[in-house]
Design a protein around this ligand. Structure first.
Ligand code: PGA
Length: 266
């Protein structure tokens, strides 16, 4: 049984002064969730690095975890504009998103830079949400599997060890579905999630592949969370727009948990 993860990617949004209100409403909206956060499932909030220290205050004595949206490619050094993974850990982040499509496509981060970030994060004891996903042209040209495989292959080429996989989850985020309102169908998500799990089985081990949590991201909403989470290889959601509002994000979590109370069709 893989405990689901619901991760909020706030991107470059929100003032620090809005945090108190967000957490108050989010925590109370989660009170009537059918399962307990931190036991049956995990919740991660990934704000801008400027917000982390303040966020930590609001999640003390809760099971909500903090994540960063990216991290530097080394512990310390002459890397202007980067954020040290060691310091992210120091200030209370447990997780970091690496390889998000906005990093890949807007900021032109390539596979090798992304691999350096994954390695640096793991080395400093952060857990990684490693994102992959195809652009619309790839999908239209029937190249989705090739793109995903290429993005995944850096893990193997970069000698990420089988034991590192316990600190890594993979997020499948089709680029054409991010922030567009157009989500992948549950079947499209399942097809790629199964492909990712098979790839991990082939390249690492079947035990790790079975344990690996694979999240879906891209226009997740209250309305589609249950259906997407019903798929056997979908183990969580990475949520952008719908995570900015505390009641909406709690609604996504609660709807996403529904299939857990029933048996998933494997
Ligand atoms: P979205 O963003 O939910 O707004 O589509 C998801 C993401 O970029 O992680």
């Amino acid at each position: 049984m893989r405990a689901p993860i619901f991760a909020a990617n706030w991107k470059m949004n929100k003032y620090v002064r809005e945090l108190s209100d967000f957490f108050e409403k989010f925590k109370s909206s989660l009170n009537d969730a059918p399962l307990k956060v931190g036991e049956a499932f995990e919740v991660i909030i990934a704000p801008s690095p400027t917000h982390l220290t303040e966020c930590v205050k609001y999640i003390q004595q809760t099971q909500i975890r903090m994540g960063a949206q990216n991290c530097g490619l080394a512990k310390f050094g002459a890397y202007t504009g980067e954020t040290s993974p060691a310091v992210l850990k120091e200030i209370g982040a447990e997780w970091v998103i690496v390889g998000h499509s906005e990093r890949r496509h807007v900021f032109k981060e390539d596979d090798y830079l992304i691999l350096s970030r994954v390695r640096a994060a793991l080395q400093e004891g952060l857990k990684v949400i490693f994102c992959v996903g195809e652009i619309l042209q790839d999908r239209k040209a029937g190249k989705t599997f090739n793109t995903i495989e290429k993005q995944l292959s850096i893990l193997k080429e970069g000698q990420i060890q089988t034991q590192d996989l316990k600190n890594l989850v993979i997020a499948y985020e089709p680029v054409w579905a991010i922030g567009t309102g157009e989500n992948a169908t549950p079947q499209q998500a399942q097809e790629i999630h199964r492909f990712i799990r098979n790839w991990v089985q082939e390249k690492f081990s079947s035990e790790e592949a079975q344990k690996l949590r694979i999240l879906y991201g891209g226009s997740v909403k209250v309305e589609n969370a249950t259906q997407i989470m019903s798929q056997p290889d979908v183990d969580g959601l990475l949520v952008g727009t719908a995570s900015l509002d505390p009641t909406v994000f709690a609604g996504v979590v609660k709807n996403g948990l529904k299939p857990l109370t029933q048996e998933k069709n494997t």
